[in-house]
Design a protein around this ligand. Structure first.
Ligand SMILES: Cc1ncc(COP(=O)(O)O)c(C=O)c1O
Length: 384
């Protein structure tokens, strides 16, 4: 028993010394914008609630009504008795929004990638992943048992070189990327990636966690390429712009049929709670019908990048790279003192030497506060 405690304590002390220890800070969110931490009210630029829908009255009312009808939990896996009617409605809506024949809802985005990737590729296959892709894509790739290769960030020529060298030795190949990169906010070149995938018979998976509701008129990263990107596997989450919880895959009917009979994180995990599915349905109503709402986060992000003298934002996520972990923590603490919550992101979430402030802009951020934050970051953090 002692060796276990010694092991854990030593690990924590080592991380602490390098300012890489993570701790959980209690945070109260009673609207989609402001949070309370340590008794202080802060304007949050760290929630992925891009459309502030977590607290939208229609979304909350839908969740409450679903609890009244279907209960607090699903009671079992979808393949047993957990497949309550809202899930099929949600799948139809997601497929319509993404322009695919079918969809499959999972317990979360992380669970979706952990289920999808190993269902489609395994030993004898190849899986190529962008070096900055989300942890759950990497985890799914590793779990699959396929040969894994990493291509340089958004480097289509590098991906093509890897496929040229290796594709023929493998039965199937899957290429996976974030559509909007979670820590950098840039878009993957899905049009060019889909051309390369077509040429080498590789299956392209786009993780649209940060695209849905924000880019492509709210339809996500594939739509942003206006028909030039052919992406057969479009997964994402219901926990960011959609403001609820859950994950999904939109794809052709045969692929979705196959995933529903094979994905272990769907089969061996309880279905998501009815409140989450109902909230997501209500949120999708708003996303589909309100173009002004879905245009707002990017507009706020661009107002910020203009005022801060940073490259123009291409999504609601804007990184301010400061370098060392300690400097990022200090910058975050400084902004907290000024009334802003901007959490520092450190390795291993981002590469060594690129610790940063990651700003997430939302539809409801007040313009004067965005301008004040930009001024503080430009003058006091970037020193310009
Ligand atoms: C790109 C990306 N994919 C997947 C996920 C996981 O989604 P979820 O929070 O629904 O598990 C996240 C964030 O959490 C993400 O940023």
């Amino acid at each position: 028993m002692h060796s276990l405690q010694d092991f854990a304590a030593e690990k924590v002390a080592g991380l602490e010394a390098r300012r890489l220890r993570r701790t959980l800070a209690e945070t109260t969110r009673t609207d989609g914008l402001w949070v309370e931490r340590d008794g202080r009210r802060l304007l949050s630029f760290s929630c992925n609630d891009y459309l502030n829908l977590t607290h939208h009255p229609a979304v909350k009312a839908a969740a409450i009504a679903a609890v009244e009808t279907y209960g607090a939990g699903a009671g079992a896996s979808r393949l047993v008795t957990g497949n309550y009617p809202l899930l099929e409605q949600l799948e139809k809506r997601l497929a319509r929004l993404k322009g695919t024949d079918a969809a499959c809802v999972f317990g979360s985005g992380y669970l979706a990638n952990l289920g999808i990737i190993p269902s489609l590729v395994g030993p004898g296959d190849l899986v190529a992943v962008d070096e900055l892709a989300h942890a759950c894509i990497r985890a799914g790739a590793k779990l699959s048992g396929a040969e894994g290769v990493v291509f340089r960030h958004n480097d289509v020529a590098h991906l093509e070189a890897l496929l040229r060298e290796r594709r023929q030795r493998h039965r199937h190949a899957l290429v996976a990327t974030d559509g909007v990169f979670s820590m950098d906010g840039d878009l993957a070149p899905l049009d060019l990636l889909s051309d390369v995938c077509r040429a080498w018979d590789a299956w392209l998976l786009n993780d649209d966690a940060h695209g849905l509701g924000v880019v492509g008129q709210g339809r996500g990263a594939v739509r942003a390429f206006e028909g030039r990107a052919d992406v057969p596997l479009q997964m994402g989450t219901l926990s960011k712009a959609v403001g609820a919880y859950g994950g999904y895959l939109c794809a052709s009917k045969p692929v979705v049929d196959f995933i529903k009979t094979r994905a272990r994180t769907l089969i061996y995990s309880t279905a998501l709670p009815p409140a989450a599915a109902a909230a997501a349905l209500a949120a999708l109503d708003l996303i589909e019908s309100d173009e002004r709402l879905t245009a707002a986060p990017l507009a706020k992000a661009r107002a910020f990048t203009r005022a801060a003298g940073l490259p123009e934002a291409t999504s609601a996520v804007v990184p301010v790279i400061v370098g060392e972990a300690g400097a990022a923590l200090d910058a975050s603490r400084f902004l907290e003192g000024k009334g802003f919550l901007v959490v520092a992101i450190r390795p291993p979430t981002v590469p060594e030497g690129t610790a940063r402030l990651r700003l997430a802009f939302t539809a409801g951020h007040p313009e004067d506060e965005v301008a004040r934050l930009a001024d503080l970051i430009r003058t006091r953090i970037l020193g310009r």
